[in-house]
Design a binder for this molecule. Structure first.
Ligand SMILES: Cc1cc2nc3c(=O)[nH]c(=O)nc-3n(C[C@H](O)[C@H](O)[C@H](O)COP(=O)(O)O)c2cc1C
Ligand code: SF4
Length: 449
């Protein structure tokens, strides 16, 4: 089954030869030239092959014993870049201290969120930094069972196979890495879905999940870290906590990758420092800004213009940095229509295992479609609010919670637009879809595999 993404996925550039970068822009902020790029290749350089990687960074600095890297990661203040910003050292320490057979370690590069491209871009440009991080995280928790879970893309897969083979030939890897294909589904990267897929099952969240850290791949304790988190960890192991903290804010240190959707069209992945003004990343003003992707939140454009890309500023407003998706809604699009399209997609992506999610999300999508149309009925908005309350917190995974967050933010930010629709008008003058969604080919159950 094919799955067309709106954004081009990594692949060889037919005009520039085999080793060309993927068909998407990638850059870092010029004002940060002294500290960036950390993860991406240096300016003007192509994707990093093993030789270039070793010239720039040297071999992975193994510590020779489990546990010894964890204090440095704690001092660095590294948090997960997969969306939740959970302190990485706490997961490493819990895994290292656990009893029983050695844990499994998996790098999560599923990136099923259609609006995000940062992990595919990182794996394409800097695969060895991720692979170094995987080895170093495995050593830190005493594991020799290592996997890399990657969004289904034949070019990326092949590139990673080559990278892993080159490292094996050079004797760089302590543990052999197994590549695991992630189906292109929104939920495929959720940690219990990952554990199921890596155990030979479908990439579906577990109905009654034991935390993946306790019972993950093949029933073993499993550490799941986002691939970008692993790349940062590989640099912290080399340059230390103080270096890592020399970028970003005191509470949210370091750099991060962000996928930007500009109102006037272009989309790209940038490396930026945490705390950077959103106005430095997006070309504003915009009607509204989506922060954190499809489990994230809309903010009014004028408000987003004054905010930094940092959880300390965003969380009090019901938003979060998440996995770094930022989208500036063009002035000619209707935010309600955009939200309704995405919520319909999210409803179809429900794994259908929990009643409130399976039944509630399609109803919410229907109510939003009514609100996005002309002269919605009086029940649509109260029904939507009621279903949001019934669905949130009632699933085996966080899919309904993230969807409710997205919907509630739309109700807040597009309240004026709802008044227009109630009067039979709409301020959007273009019906052209803006936020990226997978293609029109319907997905079926086989796509979970
Ligand atoms: C619906 C859903 C989808 C997710 N997709 C991804 C993903 O594609 N990649 C990822 O790294 N984490 C994803 N996560 C988060 C993972 O469950 C997990 O927390 C993360 O991989 C841990 O890595 P980190 O601590 O380095 O961020 C998803 C979570 C949910 C609820
Ligand atoms: S909450 Fe929804 S997406 Fe998550 S496991 Fe249950 S049915 Fe599937």
């Amino acid at each position: 089954m094919t799955h067309n993404a709106t954004l081009p996925l990594p692949g060889p550039d037919r005009n520039a030869g085999e080793d060309a970068p993927p068909l998407m822009t990638s850059r870092w902020r010029d004002s940060d030239a002294s500290v960036l790029p950390r993860l991406m290749p240096e300016q003007g350089r192509a994707a990093v092959d093993l030789q270039a990687h070793l010239e720039r960074f040297g071999p992975p600095p193994y510590r020779g014993a489990p546990g010894t890297l964890i204090g440095e990661v704690e001092a660095a203040g590294l948090t997960g870049r997969g969306g939740a910003a959970f302190p990485t050292y706490r997961k490493l320490a819990a895994m290292a201290a656990g009893r029983g057979p050695a844990p499994v370690v998996v790098g999560n590069g599923a990136e099923g969120e259609p609006a995000s491209n940062k992990d595919k871009t990182l794996l394409w440009f800097s695969p060895h930094l991720v692979l170094d991080g995987l080895q170093l995280a495995a050593e830190a928790v005493g594991s020799m069972a290592v996997g890399l879970y990657v969004h289904r893309n034949p070019w990326l897969y092949e590139r990673l196979e080559v990278a892993i083979a080159q490292r094996a030939a050079a004797g760089l890897d302590a543990a052999q890495v197994e590549l695991i294909e992630a189906p292109p589904r929104f939920l495929a990267g959720e940690r219990s879905a990952l554990a199921s897929k890596a155990s030979g099952g479908p990439a579906l969240p577990r109905f009654k999940p034991l935390h993946a850290s306790q019972r993950g791949v093949a029933g073993r304790r499993t550490l799941v870290q986002n691939v970008e988190t692993l790349a940062h960890l590989a640099l912290i192991a080399r340059y230390g906590a103080a270096w890592f903290r020399s970028a970003g804010t005191r509470d949210e240190p370091g750099s991060m990758l962000a996928t930007l959707h500009q109102a006037d069209g272009p989309t790209g992945v940038v490396e930026t420092t945490l705390g950077t003004p959103i106005a430095d990343l997006l070309r504003l003003p915009a009607r509204a800004v989506l922060v954190g992707g499809y489990h994230g939140a809309w903010l009014p454009g004028a408000q987003a213009e004054r905010l930094p890309l940092a959880n300390a500023a965003l969380r009090p407003l019901g938003a979060a940095v998440g996995a770094g998706v930022l989208a500036a809604l063009p002035g000619d699009r209707c935010g309600l229509a955009e939200t309704a399209r995405v919520v319909r997609y999210l409803a179809l992506e429900s794994a259908g295992q929990c009643g409130p999610c399976f039944n509630g999300l399609p109803r919410m999508a229907g109510a939003l479609e009514e609100l996005a149309g002309p002269r919605p009925g009086p029940r649509a908005r109260p029904d939507l609010e009621r279903w949001s309350g019934l669905v949130g917190g009632r699933g085996a995974c966080h899919h309904p919670d993230g969807t409710v967050r997205f919907v509630r933010s739309a109700l807040r930010v597009f309240a004026d637009e709802m008044d227009h629709h109630a009067r039979g008008s709409c301020t959007g003058t273009s019906g052209r879809p803006f936020l990226p969604l997978p293609g029109e080919t319907p997905l079926d159950d086989a796509d979970w595999r």
